[in-house]
Design a protein around this ligand. Structure first.
Ligand SMILES: Nc1ncnc2c1ncn2[C@@H]1O[C@H](COP(=O)(O)OP(=O)(O)O)[C@@H](O)[C@H]1O
Ligand SMILES: [Mg+2]
Length: 236
């Protein structure tokens, strides 16, 4: 396992958002984390990336307990969060946004990676000198994902990448995620769009107000009637 979380408790003041959850992510796989609003999904990835400190529990990454380590140290270990909402820099160009994703790198393949993403997502190449704020919502999300990839993470966490996007664009975002998983990056995908997420994932967890209530192969979860009733709304 690349990541093993054991009995993780995370609190806001006196209130627990995560009540002792355990979860594992296998290297090279796409694991999805499903759950309604307020379930604690963002709290989990904020804790994994060091934005929040756990009250209790272990986060073993690559054999090392990183629970409570400062953010920059965790980032250096290859853990990157593509946060909720599209946090690109709107006043900077597409190219500048991509370059910022590589700020921690000292190798000479940064430009080659930029070109790689232009090729993978031609719209980014066509708009490379335009302000990122002029891109559509879906394009900004692609840019946010590519910017995260520019840091060459071992483990990429995507917090609701399809949120607020039109159904057609949602499909494109899922195609994008499917393409990057083929590069062998280990991914944790947070989604409320359970049906689509389970179609591309290998394994899935369901989080319900601070507790993991179900976990299984994505295929089994996809066929699970209880899960379908609770999380397959919208009919997409
Ligand atoms: N900054 C905060 N202060 C206090 N409570 C918070 C804060 N952020 C989130 N919460 C609470 O923690 C719980 C989990 O939130 P969150 O992790 O954002 O859920 P999700 O991402 O699954 O929608 C919710 O009850 C939410 O109200
Ligand atoms: Mg959230």
């Amino acid at each position: 396992m690349l990541l093993e979380i054991k009995d993780l408790v995370v609190k806001y003041g006196q209130i627990s958002a995560l009540n002792g959850i355990s979860l594992s992510v296998e290297e090279g796989k796409l694991t999805c984390l499903l759950g309604a609003n307020g379930a604690g999904k963002s709290t989990l990835v904020k804790t994994l990336s060091g934005i929040m400190k756990p009250a209790k529990g272990e986060i073993i990454f690559n054999g090392e307990n990183i629970a409570g380590m400062p953010m920059h140290q965790i980032y250096k270990k290859g853990i990157t969060l593509c946060p909720e909402g599209r946090r690109i820099f709107p006043q900077q160009t597409v190219y500048e946004n991509l370059k910022m994703g590589a700020y921690n790198r000292r190798d000479n393949e940064i430009q080659a990676d930029v070109e790689k993403y232009y090729e993978m997502f031609p719209i980014l190449g066509e708009r490379k000198n335009q302000k990122a704020g002029l891109l559509s919502g879906g394009e900004q999300q692609m840019l946010a994902i590519c910017r995260a990839l520019m840091g060459r993470p071992k483990f990429l966490m995507l917090d609701e990448p399809s949120m607020g996007l039109a159904p057609k664009i949602v499909k494109e975002i899922f195609n994008t995620i499917n393409r990057i998983r083929q590069e062998g990056i280990t991914i944790l995908l947070i989604e409320q769009n359970a049906k689509q997420a389970l179609k591309i994932a290998d394994y899935g967890y369901v989080l319900d107000v601070g507790y993991i209530t179900m976990h299984d192969s994505a295929e089994k979860l996809y066929q699970n009637e209880t899960l379908q009733k609770a999380y397959f709304g919208g009919g997409q």
